[in-house]
Each structure stands twice: as C-alpha cells, then as structure tokens.
Design a binder for this molecule. Structure first.
Ligand code: DGY
Length: 323
C-alpha cells in the first residue's frame, strides 16, 4: 500500500518522529528552520498532509493555490489562529489540533509566572547573578502575597480550569472567571468560582489576572489602556495565551506609571522579536513561550497529532478536528 506523503515542518520529539517514519512516507525539516511562505505553497502541492506548529504562519498568501494536494493540516499545538481557516476550508482541508495534553503544564507555567511576578523572582535572580546582592534586610525586594488573593481568569477552557484548580486548591485563592459562553454551575463549583458579567467586571475584582483565551483577530488587544486602567492598583497581569491579546505599548505605559503592580509574559506580539520597551521594564517577568515545554507534554502533543493523522487516512473523522 502506498503510504501518504507527509511533511513535518519542525523537529518533534524523537519517539514521535520514529513512529511517524514507520507509518508514513514522511519528510522532516531536519534543520528545524521555519519554512517561508513560498515553501508552504510548494508543500501544499506536494504532500497529502502537512504537520505545522503554532509558529508557522499559514496565511491567505500561503494558501492561494488552485488545486492543493494537501487535505490535512494536523497542527502540533492547541492554538490554530496562525492558520487562515477560511482558506483552509475553501480547499476542503481538515485542520486538527492537540488539546488537553498540554493543559496541566501550561497552567503550571502560568502559576510559575504569577509567583515570579508577585515575589519579584526575576529581579532577585538578576541581582544575584550580577553580584549586586548585599544581604538579607527587612525591606529587601518585598513582593506581594499570593495565597488567599483573588485571581481573575480570562477564558475558562481546559487550561483556564487547570489554573483555577491550582490557584484555588493549592493557594486558597478566590476565583472569578470571564468566558465567552456561560460556564456550567457544576464546573464553577469545582473551584468555588464565580463568573463575571464581562471582562470589565472581572478586572477591578482581581488581584491577579491570567489570560487563557484564544488569540487571533477577535481577541487582538483585548487588554488595552482602558482595560489596564480598570485593573486594581498593584494587580498583576499574566499571559500564557497569545501575545496579540495584550497591547504591549499600553502595558509598558501601565508598568512605567505603576498603575498596575507588574506583569509576566510567556508570549509576545510578533515573537520571537520582543519590543525594547518590554526588555527595559523591570516590573516584568518574561519567558520564551515555554507553556507546554515539558518532555511529557511535548511527546503527548506529537502522539495526539499522529493519532489525528492516522484517523484521517483511515477514513475516520480525526478526534481533534477543529473545522
Ligand atoms: C499551543 O499549543 O498553542 C501553545 O502555544 C504551544 O504549546
């Protein structure tokens, strides 16, 4: 039997690459260098399935083709706003993602960022490494207590709920959520959470605000100067969702004029480039998009994509189809 021709756009965990090689006629991007738009266009003409990931921009231009061979985009990652869905749809391409398997690890990282920002861990680490630490004193790098405070969660999907679990059951935090649709009372009850009327209602009620909503055009600059002004003075903003959700210029203003206490970002608008104004800000913790970066989650993400691939070529509906 002729095996489907598959392109994997970046390096994947070795165990997953090995299984992909056994089951498909697969080409790996051994150099791990991001593909250009024209390379994606060619790939869509040459392969039955393309396995991209969240940093592959597959816009209208990459999909402007008359008769692509590719019928499946099995994305490695839960977010898929980097793919122009109407164009994929117009070509009859099925798109899948890898939900669930990264929720716990992403929530762990959001907790890490929240604690780092509140307890000034970034500033402390810089001080130690640069040899500027002059010893313990009562007023040194005093931060903000996390336990027992109120956490506002924006987007109450799987990752948002894992964040609530950790914050409520581990740190005794009160949970307020904002979600596009009404959250079932039994889900809220698991974390003793309440659903805010809307985002503007959540912001002034929260000591910490953690973003877990999708990115893309619909949520671009959801957090802007008006909404930053609604946050409590001294409150912290955490982003493990997508960079474009925050207007970074407005965030820098809020940090500079100390209208909020601080922020912690794992994702950036236009990453991996980071605005100099963010780099210059001391009240900001930054990580390089590490949300799902554990050996366990990254391997499971790969097997989840493989599962979608196998289902598709067996003539079944892939379990994580998103269109
Ligand atoms: C995703 O899956 O969308 C993350 O951003 C990468 O883990």
């Amino acid at each position: 039997m002729i095996k489907p021709k598959v392109l994997v756009t970046r390096r994947w965990p070795a165990a997953v690459e090995a299984q992909l090689s056994e089951k498909f006629d697969v080409v790996f991007n051994r150099g791990d260098v991001p593909l250009m738009t024209h390379e994606f266009r060619q790939a869509f003409l040459d392969y039955d399935a393309v396995l991209p990931t969240v940093t592959d921009k597959i816009g209208v231009d990459a999909l402007e083709l008359s008769d692509p061979r590719t019928k499946l985009l099995a994305n490695y990652g839960v977010g898929y706003t980097h793919i122009d869905m109407p164009s994929a749809q117009a070509h009859g391409m099925t798109v899948t993602n890898t939900p669930d398997v990264l929720s716990e690890c992403t929530a762990d990282l959001a907790m890490t960022l929240m604690l780092m920002a509140a307890r000034r861990a970034g500033e402390g680490e810089r001080e130690v490494r640069e040899g500027r630490w002059s010893g313990w004193r009562p007023t040194h790098l005093v931060g903000t207590k996390v336990s027992g405070k109120t956490l506002g969660i924006v987007g109450f999907g799987r990752i948002g709920q894992e964040m609530a679990r950790r914050a409520h059951h581990g740190f005794g935090m009160d949970i307020v959520v904002h979600n596009r649709s009404r959250v079932a009372p039994e889900i809220l009850a698991r974390y003793n959470a309440v659903q805010a009327e809307d985002l503007d209602d959540l912001l002034p009620r929260s000591d910490f605000v953690s973003l877990h909503c999708p990115g893309g055009a619909e949520n671009r600059h959801l957090i802007n100067s008006r909404r930053l002004d609604l946050m409590r003075p001294g409150a912290f903003l955490i982003n493990t969702a997508r960079g474009e959700v925050i207007n970074e210029h407005d965030l820098v203003q809020a940090l500079t004029f100390k209208t909020i206490g601080g922020a912690a970002l794992d994702v950036f608008d236009g990453e991996p480039k980071i605005a100099q104004s963010l780099l210059d800000s001391d009240h900001l913790v930054m990580l390089p998009h590490l949300g799902s970066a554990t050996a366990e989650a990254r391997e499971e993400m790969g097997f989840r994509a493989l599962n979608n691939l196998e289902a598709f070529f067996n003539g079944e509906t892939p379990p994580d189809r998103v269109n």
